[in-house]
Design a protein around this ligand. Structure first.
Ligand code: ATP
Length: 464
C-alpha cells in the first residue's frame, strides 16, 4: 500500500540518483529541452520500444517495419505543410526579460480555454484577462513560431542546402509507401511502423521528458479503404488500450480525449488524444490517434508527381486513407515510471521501489554472494550469474554493501528478483539445501529456496 504521495520531484530525483535520466550536457550547465538516458534509462527505454515493436509489428500479419533517414528532402516538409503555419506554435515574449512562452499554455495556466485560437484571438484574450508572463511582466503580441530545426547539407551554405531535422517520423513512412507496396505486395488494410528520433524546437520545454526538443516516436500509418475507416479505427483504438495495459498503466490513469471539431487539423475527421494522469500535472497527452483521410499520400502525390495509388487485385486504383497511432517513447517512459513508483513500509521502514512489469524492468534479476570475502560463495555465485546472464542477458551482479542495502538498491530500480548464494547453497549448513539459492520477491519481500537447476524456468514463468 502506498503511504505517501507520488510526485514528479521524487521520480526525477530517483532517475538521476539511480542512473535512469541525466540532464543533457550537464557538465556544461545543460542544454534546455534535452535529456540523456543513463544505463538503466536506456534499458527501460529499449524494453518499451522492443515490446511495442513486438506487439504492433512482429505479432501481427498486417504490419511492415521501416527505418527512414532523419534528414529528408526539404520538399517533403513543404508538401506535408510543416514549413507553413500548420506546424507553428503561438509565441509571446516577456517584454522585460525577453523570455519566450507558448501563448496557449499561458492562457490555459490562467484557466482560459485555448484550443483552436487564431493569433488575433490570443492577443484579445491576453488583453481582456490581463494575462502576464510567469515573471509578472506584460507580454508582447503573439506571433507564429515554426518548430522545425533547420540545418544545411553539403559544404556550401545557402538556401539550396537547407534541410530540416524531421519533426515527426510519419513523413518517412508516407514517402516510402510506394517502396513498401512495390516490394512487399501488402493487401489492405496494412500498416507501416517506425521508431525513431524526432526534433521540435519547442518554445518552452518543460515537465521533465514530457516536452523536450529531441525525442523518440513510435508511429504507425495504417492504410485502409475509405469506407472501412470507422471499423478499423475502432479495432486500432482497442489495440492501443491493450498496449497501455501491457505497459502496466492502470485504466483509470489513462483516458481518451476526443479532439473537438474546431481543433481538428483540417484534413482530420477524428482525432483522439490518449492522456495519462501525470502526478502534479494531471491528465495530458501520452499518445495521439488520428484519422487523416488520404490527405498525406495525396499531397505527396501532387507535389512529387509520382503516383501513390494502391492497386486492388481486380485492377481498381485509389489512394488509401490512413489511421495514425503516434506514441512518444519519453512520455510512455515517464508514465511507466510514475505508475511503477511505490512507497510502502517494510521492516518498519518506509521504502520506495519501482513496481515495474518484468518485461520492462532494466534487470530481470540480481545475483549476489551473501558475503563478498568468502571465495567459495563468490565462485558459486559467479557460476549462477553466468548461467542466468547467458539465458536472459539483463542480469545484474551485485556484491556491494550488505544484503539489506543490495535489496534496497534493486527495489529502487525495479529488479523483480534478487538471488542470493549462501552457506546453505554450498551444503555447509543444511545438506538438504545444497545447490539451492534464495529468491527474494521485490514487491512482497518474501524469500523462497529454489534449486539452481530450476532458476531459469522459475524466472521465465514468473510475472513478478
Ligand atoms: P502536444 O500537443 O503535447 O505538443 P502534439 O499533439 O503536438 O503534442 P503529436 O504531433 O501528435 O503531438 O506527436 C505524437 C506524440 O509524440 C505525442 O503524443 C507525444 O507522445 C510525442 N511528442 C510530441 N511532441 C513532443 C515533445 N516535444 N516532447 C516529447 N514528446 C513529444
Amino acid at each position: 500500500m502506498s503511504t505517501t504521495e507520488t510526485t514528479m520531484e521524487k521520480i526525477v530525483s530517483l532517475c538521476k540518483r539511480r542512473g535512469f535520466v541525466f540532464q543533457g550536457s550537464e557538465i556544461y550547465g545543460g542544454l534546455k529541452g534535452t535529456w540523456d538516458l543513463g544505463p538503466l534509462g536506456v534499458a527501460l527505454n529499449n524494453n518499451i520500444k522492443r515490446e511495442w515493436w513486438k506487439m504492433f509489428v512482429e505479432d501481427r500479419e498486417d504490419m511492415y517495419g521501416l527505418d527512414a533517414a532523419i534528414l529528408m528532402n526539404a520538399k517533403v516538409w513543404e508538401a506535408s505543410g510543416h514549413t507553413g503555419a500548420g506546424f507553428c506554435d503561438p509565441l509571446v515574449e516577456d517584454t522585460k526579460t525577453g523570455e519566450r512562452y507558448r501563448a496557449d499554455h499561458l492562457l490555459k495556466d490562467a484557466g482560459i480555454a485555448a484550443d483552436g485560437l487564431t493569433i488575433d484571438d490570443i492577443d484579445r484574450l491576453i488583453a481582456e484577462h490581463g494575462v502576464l508572463s510567469p515573471k509578472g511582466n506584460p507580454l508582447s503580441k503573439a506571433r507564429q513560431f515554426n518548430m522545425m530545426f533547420e540545418t544545411t547539407i553539403g559544404a556550401t551554405a545557402g538556401p539550396a542546402g537547407l534541410v530540416y531535422l524531421r519533426p515527426e517520423t510519419a513523413q518517412g513512412i508516407f514517402v516510402n509507401f510506394k517502396n513498401v507496396v512495390d516490394t512487399m505486395s501488402p493487401k489492405l488494410p496494412f500498416g507501416i511502423a517506425q521508431i525513431g528520433k524526432a526534433f521540435r524546437n519547442e518554445i518552452a520545454p518543460r515537465d521533465f521528458l514530457f516536452r523536450v526538443r529531441e525525442f523518440e516516436q513510435m508511429e504507425i500509418e495504417y492504410f485502409v479503404k475509405e469506407g472501412e475507416w470507422e471499423v478499423r479505427f475502432e479495432a486500432l483504438r482497442q489495440d492501443i488500450w491493450k498496449w497501455f495495459d501491457h505497459l502496466g498503466l492502470r485504466r483509470e490513469k489513462v483516458r481518451e480525449y476526443d479532439v473537438p471539431e474546431n481543433d481538428l487539423a483540417h484534413y482530420s475527421r477524428r482525432t483522439i488524444d490518449f492522456e495519462y494522469d501525470y502526478p502534479g500535472k494531471g491528465f495530458d497527452e501520452l499518445a495521439g490517434f488520428a484519422y487523416r483521410t488520404d490527405h498525406d499520400l495525396r499531397s505527396h502525390q501532387t507535389a512529387s508527381g509520382v503516383s501513390l495509388e494502391y492497386t486492388e487485385p481486380d485492377g481498381t486504383k485509389f489512394i488509401p486513407h490512413v489511421l495514425e497511432p503516434s506514441f512518444g517513447v519519453g512520455r510512455a517512459l515517464t508514465a511507466v515510471l510514475c505508475e511503477a513508483y511505490t512507497e510502502d513500509e517494510m521492516n518498519g521502514e518506509v521504502r520506495s521501489y519501482l513496481k515495474l512489469p518484468v518485461h520492462l524492468a532494466p534487470y530481470r534479476a540480481c545475483v549476489s554472494p551473501l558475503l563478498k570475502n568468502k571465495p567459495q560463495l563468490v565462485e558459486k555465485a559467479r557460476e549462477v550469474f553466468l548461467v542466468l546472464k547467458k539465458e536472459f542477458g539483463n542480469i545484474a551482479w551485485d556484491d556491494n554493501g550488505n544484503i539489506g542495502k543490495r535489496y534496497r538498491r534493486h527495489d529502487e530500480i525495479g529488479t523483480p528478483a534478487c538471488i542470493v548464494i549462501d552457506f546453505d547453497t554450498l551444503g555447509e549448513e543444511n545438506p538438504a539445501n545444497q545447490d539451492t539459492v534464495t529468491i527474494r520477491n521485490r514487491d512482497t519481500g518474501a524469500q523462497e529456496r529454489v534449486a539452481i537447476t530450476e532458476l531459469v524456468n522459475k524466472l521465465t514463468i514468473a510475472t513478478v
